[in-house]
Every structure is written in C-alpha cells, then in structure tokens.
Design a protein around this ligand. Structure first.
Ligand code: AMP
Length: 387
C-alpha cells in the first residue's frame, strides 16, 4: 500500500511540496471556466494546511513553450485564496532566488503557489538540475496530480525519488475507484468507449475481456472494428494497421461471452451534406452514432450495475455530431448503476449538461485512468514509498 498524507507524522512547521493538477480551462481573460480540478484537491490542501505545515503548491497548466502570460497559474492562486483567506501567496517564478526568498519568509500555515511548472522546459524532460531545485524547496513531497500520474516529469517523478513522500486524497480515491471497479465490478458491467485513438483503446478493451459483460463502442475508433467485422465504413476514420488486431479482439471477446456492440447507424457527411444512414456509402464519412445505435446503447446502459465510460461517441466538437455523446451522457446520468466517467470530452459532456452530481466518479485524469483500465501501473505512483 502506498503511503498517504494520513501516514505522514509530525509535519507541523515542515515545508511540504504538493504537486497538484491544476490544468484547468481558462477563457481569453484568464478566468477559470471549470474549477473541478482545483476543488478536487481542496481536501488534500485543507488537510495539510490543518497540520500547520508550510505548503508549497506547484502545477502545470496547458502546453506552453516557454513563458506564456495566458497560461499563468495566478488565476488558480486567486481561486485558492477564496478557500484559504489570508493564507495564499502567489510566486511568479518556478525556480530562482525569488522562489527561495518567498519560501524562506513562509510561516507555518502559509500556502505558496508557484508559477506554471511547464514554463521551464526541464519539467517535462525530468531534468536532474530542475528536480534538485524543486526538491531543495521542501522537506516532504506529496503528489495529488492524478491527471499526469502516467507521465515521468520532474515535479511528479524525479522529486518523489529525492524526498520522503506520500500521495494525497485525490490520488488515493482515484486509485481505489478504478481498483474496485475492475476487481469487484457490480454486474452487469457495461463499458463504453469512444474517441478516435484506436491504438490507445485496444489494450483497454483487451484488458476488460472477462471483466465486463458488455462493451459499447462508438466514436472514430468504432470504424476500425466495423471494418474488422466486414462492414463498409466509407471514408470514415480508420487505422488500417490495427484492423487485424481489432478482429482478434472481437473473436476473443465473443469467445469470453462479452457482448460487443458496434454502431448500427450513423450521422455522416456526404460531401457538405449531413445524412443519417444505416450504411456508409463510399463517399460518406461517419461522424456520430445514429438514432438506432443510441437506443441500443441506452438499453444496455439502463440494465447496467456498473458503467465505465471513456471517450466521445462522435466528433463532439462539431454541434452537428454531438447528439450521440449527449444522449449517452444522459442515459448514464439517468441510470441507477455505479458510474465512472473519465476523459476530457466525456467529462465535458457530463458537465455541460449539468449531470456531474448524477455520476458516482468523474475522473480527473483521462490518460491516467486509461492506463489503470489497461491494467498498467502509473510511474508517478510507483515511485511513492510503500508502507
Ligand atoms: P480520444 O482522444 O481518442 O478520446 O479522441 C477524442 C476525439 O475523437 C475528439 O476530438 C473527437 O472529435 C474525435 N472523434 C470522435 N468520433 C469521431 C469520428 N466519428 N470521426 C472522427 N473523429 C472522431
């Protein structure tokens, strides 16, 4: 078992470096559009602050190439000030004398938020000089950044090797949810997969054989499976190199009595025209699941005891191809099954429709949760000490 913050003793007055995932969406004025990722780490921050330690918080935000004023963590620090009045200070640097001065001035109970880690390219390179600098700020390291736990970066991997460490409540909860869901699934276990990256999801489907009762496949990845089943897919997105593997998975799944349901109709583009069709002609591009598929999927979702959903069922960014994803979100929210939703687009659909409180677990990490579902371990968690 990994050490958690509850196992850390005598941290009062100590300097604790906390890695969070505050990769929140911002509008062009720097206002936070969705603070879910911040609120998700509040229990960890509150617990550490209650221990009266000196808390130094770091995170990445977006994918900056060097300094980018539109990706500053300042709005995040302002958001935290509302939760911890008079305790939070923002440091506009990640490394250097200003950071060291601010840390030296901290009193027990203070919270210091550092600037975006990714303004320094050494963060993603897990560069040793950057690791040493970050490690020099603190006596203890805590990781609560589930969203990047599948990455080996300086602030979540390198630093953990240099300091006594623990995981925060958010990571602890995410790990438990996925472990329970795969070890003791409530039956029938219905998995829903969408999105375009077939390669990423093949392993996931392989790992779910023997655990899930039904798998519903939509989105761009469905066309590789449809082709593997000998069905015409027109000009829809496909990974031809993976068709044979998809065929093997379908055979294996059917042998194991796992029901795999593929789309039976589509919303497609025929040149510039949106068409609804059961069969994709050579000049059509399938971009969303159709009405009959939505109905089929909704019936399975209704019967489920547990649902895991990752990935949009269509080209969700385009309003014309959003219905499949929205209707599935609605069916999952309405279902009485234990529900877990992961991945930016699926979580986005749930939030847009205001269904967040109807889902048992909205994961804060799409990529990290996929790795767990593939049965893999996460490097940033592997390096945390065990009890
Ligand atoms: P992923 O990162 O694998 O979860 O894929 C998400 C992306 O899949 C989104 O940007 C969607 O627009 C895209 N997508 C979903 N369905 C389709 C489709 N039928 N054709 C092309 N792209 C799709």
């Amino acid at each position: 078992m990994k050490r958690t913050i509850k196992d850390l003793k005598n941290i009062q007055d100590k300097r604790v470096l906390l890695r969070c995932d505050f990769n929140v969406p911002l509008d062009k004025y720097g206002d936070i559009l969705d603070a879910t990722r911040i609120t998700a780490s509040i229990p960890t921050i509150k617990y550490l602050n209650d221990q009266n330690c000196k808390l130094i918080i770091c995170s990445h935000l977006g994918r900056p190439k060097g300094y980018d004023k539109f990706l500053s963590l300042f709005p995040v620090a302002v958001c935290l000030m509302k939760y911890f009045p008079n305790k939070v200070k923002f440091c506009p640097k990640v490394v250097g004398d200003e950071v060291k001065r601010d840390i030296a001035k901290m009193k027990s109970g203070d919270i210091l938020v550092l600037e975006n880690l990714r303004f320094d390219p050494r963060e993603e390179e897990n560069d040793l000089s950057f690791v040493k600098e970050l490690a020099s700020y603190a006596d203890i390291y805590v990781d609560d950044a589930f969203g990047v736990a599948h990455r080996k970066h300086a602030s979540n991997y390198g630093v953990a090797l240099k300091l006594p460490n623990a995981i925060g409540f958010l990571i602890e909860k995410e790990l438990k949810v996925f472990e329970d869901a795969f070890k003791n699934p409530k039956k029938p276990f219905v998995a829903i997969f969408g999105g375009a990256k077939v390669k990423d999801k093949l392993l996931l489907i392989k790992n779910i054989i023997g655990k899930a009762d039904t798998v519903l496949i939509g989105g761009g990845m469905a066309y590789t499976f449809l082709l593997a089943d000998g069905i015409k897919i027109g000009k829809s997105i496909v990974d031809l190199e993976l068709v044979d593997e998809a065929k093997d998975i379908l055979v294996e799944a059917r042998k194991a009595n796992m029901k795999v349901i593929l789309p039976v109709d589509h919303v497609a583009l025929k040149y510039d025209r949106v068409v609804k069709t059961n069969n994709l002609d050579a000049d059509m591009v399938g971009l969303d699941i159709g009405k009959r598929t939505i109905k089929l999927f909704a019936e399975e979702i209704k019967k489920a005891g547990q649902i895991v959903w990752n990935g949009p069922l269509g080209k969700y960014e385009d309003k014309r191809f959003r219905k499949g994803t929205f209707m599935v979100a609605k069916a999952v929210a309405k279902s009485s099954a234990y529900s877990i939703v992961g991945g930016g687009d699926s979580v986005g659909a749930i939030n847009t429709l205001g269904f967040a409180d109807k889902i048992d677990h909205l994961s804060t990490g799409g990529g990290a949760s996929m790795k767990l579902m593939e049965g893999k371990t996460l490097p940033a968690i592997e390096v945390i000490d065990t009890l």
